[in-house]
Design a protein around this ligand. Structure first.
Ligand SMILES: Cc1cc2nc3c(=O)[nH]c(=O)nc-3n(C[C@H](O)[C@H](O)[C@H](O)COP(=O)(O)O)c2cc1C
Length: 341
């Protein structure tokens, strides 16, 4: 089931959209080990920031890391256009424009979701970015600013007219942040009104959720953010099911724990000991969610200072879950580094 985003053909129904502090090169490589075709995006990049610091680490893309979008945020159309050119030169297959971020730090400067209140400015930005590059342009937005201003249908239509090649719609308003439930019914209405591909987004944490969102919204694809944290297998399992009617089993406990270790190890290799370990704390706890005894170990995992601490905690957890046999399996797995293979 291919999706055409402008001149980019994507063999993935799943899009793992931008998550600041999460979708870095390491996280993406874990998803790609299983699902090389998965549609992915970087963390968001400030277009204004890029003008002062063109050598932005977030935009680094590995050779195997395609198809990938670089997400930009900003509200100055000329700066966004210049940043888009730089992102294209950095290897992006498409540029995603952030018009959905609800965080006050971003919206107070007219960036992110604030652009939903300024559709004419949003149109200008899309047109300027389109004009500056030859790769497709996508936009990610929400249902609207708040309950009384849910303009996602008109906004999406305007973006399409301005030249956007696909959109991702998160089924919440800016005011909701992450509260309540994503409104898939509203996403269905946006989809009905557009002819470009639409990725439905919000509250997909499992294969079953993904199938339900696609059925209820008729969207071309599903964007899954939080559901992939600590679960790099999810995109692959959904794509295998939808493309090949193949049901892939959930990862085993050992696979999950070994991949948590691998994730941290890769982060340390890529970002160095201090930053790597700091950042890995937030990732490794996600791999233990839903595991027996997982909650008793999460506190310890947030305090690790090095890979040895992590290995010891995960070794103890594997023993708590499955005794000596599982502990042996875990230690063998991390020594072989088989993890996601
Ligand atoms: C930690 C985190 C960081 C995020 N960063 C971004 C971002 O940089 N750009 C963006 O458009 N959305 C960002 N989002 C929003 C997600 O892409 C997604 O729209 C939202 O989490 C809803 O999808 P989900 O229910 O699948 O998580 C972020 C979400 C989380 C949890």
């Amino acid at each position: 089931m291919a999706i055409k985003i402008g001149n980019l053909e994507v063999n993935s129904v799943v899009y793992v959209p931008p998550m600041a502090g999460v979708t870095d090169l390491v996280f993406r490589s874990l998803i790609r080990r299983l699902d090389p075709n998965c549609l992915l995006a970087t963390e968001m990049v400030s277009s204004r920031g890029l003008m002062n610091n063109p050598d932005c680490r977030i935009m680094k893309i590995a050779d195997s890391d395609h198809p990938i979008g670089i997400q930009l945020f900003g509200h100055e159309s000329d700066v966004m256009a210049a940043a888009a050119k730089m992102a294209q030169a950095a290897g992006a297959d498409f540029i995603d424009i952030n018009m959905g971020c609800p965080v006050p730090k971003i919206t107070k400067g007219k960036d992110g979701c604030a652009l939903m209140k300024e559709p004419e400015l949003a149109r200008e930005i899309v047109m300027a970015v389109k004009d500056s590059i030859s790769i497709p342009v996508t936009v990610k937005f929400r249902l609207g600013w708040d309950e009384n201003n849910k303009n996602a249908i008109e906004f999406g239509t305007m973006l399409q007219e301005a030249g956007a090649n696909a959109v991702t719609v998160h089924g919440r308003t800016r005011a909701q942040l992450y509260s309540g439930k994503a409104d898939w019914g509203f996403i269905a209405n946006v989809k009905k009104n557009l002819s470009i591909p639409v990725f439905g987004n919000g509250d997909v944490f499992s294969l079953e959720n993904a199938l339900e969102l696609i059925e209820k919204t008729n969207c071309d694809g599903v964007a899954i953010a939080r559901g992939t944290m600590g679960n790099p297998w999810l995109a692959y399992r959904i794509n295998q099911y939808l493309n090949h009617k193949q049901t892939i089993a959930e990862p085993s406990v050992v696979e999950r724990l070994a991949t948590a270790y691998d994730h941290a190890q890769l982060l340390v290799n890529y970002k160095g000991d201090r930053v790597g370990i700091n950042e890995s704390r937030r990732h490794v706890i996600n791999y233990t969610k839903g595991l027996m005894h997982g909650s008793s170990y999460r506190g310890l995992l947030t305090q690790i200072n090095n890979l040895n601490d992590l290995k010891e905690i995960l070794t103890n957890l594997s023993y708590a879950i499955g005794g000596l046999i599982m502990q042996e399996e875990f230690l063998t797995a991390i020594n072989q580094q088989f993890c996601l293979q």
